[in-house]
Design a protein around this ligand. Structure first.
Ligand code: PLP
Length: 371
């Protein structure tokens, strides 16, 4: 068995796998209601949305891609502005086109971040847009787009909902949904939540919900109103992935209780435990960059745009296939570059419940391969 240090799915702790193996229950049972109830306070912490505020959290049995579609269904049938800097942000743009939206992409090369001034220019010259889409951590390139400046900018464009893919960001770094004036956040759980894939989590502002309720023809399974109202009523629209709900409830409670933190974090819980988890990710990211520099290698994105959970390293003359293969022989899986970046970059996913000691072991094995 190889240990997963790819950019997701990542390793799942045995305790969580055990939660997946709990006896089955009916999805309209009291135990199911309790399972959903257990999640909300922790989901609010993960999204950085005040529990007494106007944002609603929800869970749906689907992949993150499905929630990209749900977000667009709720945002309206008009124009959507998509910031594209890699494979997943391009996917969101393509989904908008597939849904027949008047989608406008601002596209920059992989590893770069769309310039805020250009966003402002397009909003002014071509708006109003119903929504803006952005991927906070482009897993294909290990590139982070800061959410705060975008959120601030969009306060000047009240018609434009701020929608972010947080797939490889959430549970690895703070989202600050409220502080960043966000309207819709979505994620799968196979990245920094360190869960098996198959359920998605979302957070929606009151403005998003109002807009979504006004839409006709929202479909059924990906109707964000049905998903979020259903969650609030503790009822799922269809039979959910019950085993994954058990796992999610367990993992959310465990993260809030300070699971998978180094001893140096001390005993912490609640928001402090989430912050300690973010700090751990940040140290693992810095350590990976330091290791790369030791081999004369650097990240694909500029240092200030490095993802907290996925390091995408320029390979230079290094044989990426040999590195990935050599590590696999030593029991560790890392990833080659994505798409056109294959052979030119490699990616290490340092996320979830992985420890700094664990990362050290991977980097030592990589040293061994490289020597
Ligand atoms: C940033 C990002 N967005 C979206 C997705 C799609 O997620 P899923 O495969 O769960 O639909 C991924 C998957 O890796 C991702 O990394």
């Amino acid at each position: 068995m190889v240990q997963l240090w790819i950019p997701g799915p990542t390793e799942v702790r045995p305790e969580i796998l055990a939660a997946c193996a709990l006896p089955m229950i009916g999805h309209r049972s009291a135990t199911m209601t309790e399972t959903i109830e257990r999640m909300d306070p922790h989901l609010h912490l993960a999204f950085g949305a005040d529990q007494s505020g106007d944002a609603s959290v929800a869970v749906h049995s689907a992949s993150a891609t499905a929630m990209m579609e749900a977000a667009l269904i709720g945002a309206g049938r008009g124009k959507v502005l998509c910031l594209v800097n890699g494979a997943f942000s391009k996917r969101w743009y393509n989904i908008a086109l597939q849904l027949g939206r008047d989608a406008r992409a601002i596209e920059v090369p992989m590893g770069e971040v769309v310039d805020l001034g250009e966003v402002r220019r397009v909003l002014d010259a071509e708006g109003p847009f119903d929504a803006l889409t952005v991927v906070s951590s482009e897993t294909s390139t290990g590139t982070a787009t800061p959410l705060a400046p975008l959120g601030e900018l969009l306060t000047h464009y009240p018609d434009t909902l701020f929608m972010a893919d947080l797939v490889s960001w959430i549970a690895g770094a703070p989202v600050d949904f409220d502080a960043n004036h966000m309207d819709f956040g979505l994620a799968g759980v196979q990245k920094a939540f360190a869960l098996p894939p198959g359920v998605a989590v979302v957070c929606a502002s009151a403005a998003f919900m109002e807009r979504a309720r006004a839409q006709t023809e929202r479909g059924f399974y990906l109707d964000p109103v049905r998903i979020i109202d259903g969650h609030l009523a503790r009822k799922t629209p269809a039979t959910p992935a019950i085993s994954l709900y058990f796992a999610l409830a367990q993992q959310l409670e465990d993260i809030s209780a300070g699971v998978a933190l180094p001893e140096s974090a001390g005993a912490c819980s609640g928001a402090a435990a989430w912050q300690a988890r973010f700090d751990k990710h940040s140290r693992m990211q810095a350590r990976t960059v330091e290791w790369a520099a030791g081999h004369g290698l650097s990240l694909l994105p500029a240092p200030e745009h490095a993802s907290p959970t996925v390091s995408c390293i320029r390979a230079g003359d290094l044989d990426v296939g040999a590195l990935v293969g050599g590590l696999a022989e030593r029991g560790y899986a890392i990833s080659n570059g994505y798409g056109d970046l294959k052979g030119k970059t490699f990616r290490i996913g340092h996320m979830g419940d992985h420890s700094e000691d664990g990362l050290e072991a991977v980097l030592t094995a990589a040293d061994d391969v490289l020597s």
